[in-house]
Design a protein around this ligand. Structure first.
Ligand code: SF4
Length: 320
């Protein structure tokens, strides 16, 4: 049975110009200890999909349809207090900027201990012991000494390790990581991704990794969901999607990876930009940018469908 089952999620934002749909018909399952990646350009709806799972959509947006079943209960129907328990215990979130999680005026030790004591009836000494163990798990040297330090005394990579340690404090079943390495330089990025992979395996945690970078997803996940203009437009096992993308947008994202470009050559970019949520065209939302578009693409929205583990929303899929 799936650990998390997301069905037909829809999030809307009431704006002065009317109701704007940010994501629609987003459905996926996460199996226990599975690692999935949600990929797409900025504004594709990947972060909103993740935030919706934890009821963290910024106002005035709200979840207008769908269900999010975790351990037999629909998170979409829970009140704020019940959701707070889920967020702190069962499902943890890691943000792009570690300073969104860390309080600059409290030591690392105080922040970790307070997090533990908010959810568990333990002594401060026991909380400190757990904090040290988690700092060691994320390979922070001199863990005991770090407890007395403030976030600004650590490098960006070390801060993100502390954030991951905090995410692990409650032994969650799922970690949602939103662009966890985007703010870091390339070498540190690779170390943090490797660490996430190891921790998910060691602690049997499921991972939902949100990123614009297909290279990052390829390194860490087993399954990919590609989003465009608020919908899932392709999904499948990571190695299959990367080797044989079926949607022209996925093919474009892969072609734009820096490793596909020779030295001195300009990056291959998908022409045009993703339409804003208020201006999504009729038919396939990608048709203005697609080299394979035909007349039907301008009028008929392709449904997400396919065989086995693969699915694509395109009238003329590639690599079938
Ligand atoms: Fe391109 Fe048409 Fe497929 Fe859309 S449906 S991705 S426009 S071929």
């Amino acid at each position: 049975m799936a650990l998390l089952s997301v069905k037909n999620l829809e999030v809307v934002f009431p704006l002065r110009s009317g109701l704007v749909t940010a994501i629609k018909d987003v459905s996926f399952d996460l199996e226990p200890s599975e690692r999935i990646g949600i990929v797409g350009e900025s504004g594709a709806g990947k972060s909103i999909s993740a935030f919706a799972i934890l009821n963290l959509i910024s106002k005035p947006g709200y979840l207008s349809a769908g269900s999010i079943v975790f351990k037999g209960q629909d998170l979409a129907r829970l009140g704020e207090e019940e959701m707070r328990q889920i967020r702190g215990n069962e499902i943890s979130m890691i943000f792009q900027d570690p300073m969104m999680t860390l309080n600059p005026v409290l030591t690392i030790g105080t922040q970790m201990e307070e997090t533990i004591l908010a959810h568990k009836n333990l002594s401060r000494r026991a909380a400190r012991k757990i904090s040290v163990a988690k700092l060691k798990a994320v390979q922070i040297p001199s863990a005991e000494t770090r407890l007395a330090q403030y976030p600004h005394e650590l490098s960006g990579g070390m801060r993100q390790r502390v954030v991951i340690a905090i995410a692990l404090l409650s032994d969650p079943r799922i970690i949602i990581a939103d662009e966890p390495t985007t703010a870091l330089d390339v070498t540190i990025q690779a170390e943090i991704l490797e660490l996430l992979l190891t921790l998910c395996n060691d602690f049997e945690v499921g991972l939902i990794l949100i990123t614009h970078d297909l290279g990052v997803v390829a390194q860490v996940t087993q399954r990919i969901l590609v989003m465009y203009a608020g919908r899932i437009i392709e999904q499948g096992p990571t190695h299959q999607v990367i080797a044989r993308p079926m949607h022209p947008y996925t093919q474009g994202l892969l072609g734009a990876l820096p490793e596909k470009t020779r030295p001195g050559q300009r990056l291959n970019q998908i022409p045009g930009v993703m339409p804003s949520l208020q201006e999504i065209p009729d038919g396939c939302p990608f048709h203005n940018r697609c080299d394979y578009a035909q007349a039907v693409c301008k009028v008929d929205l392709p449904a997400l469908g396919g065989k086995g583990a693969r699915a694509v929303a395109c009238h003329f899929p590639l690599n079938q």
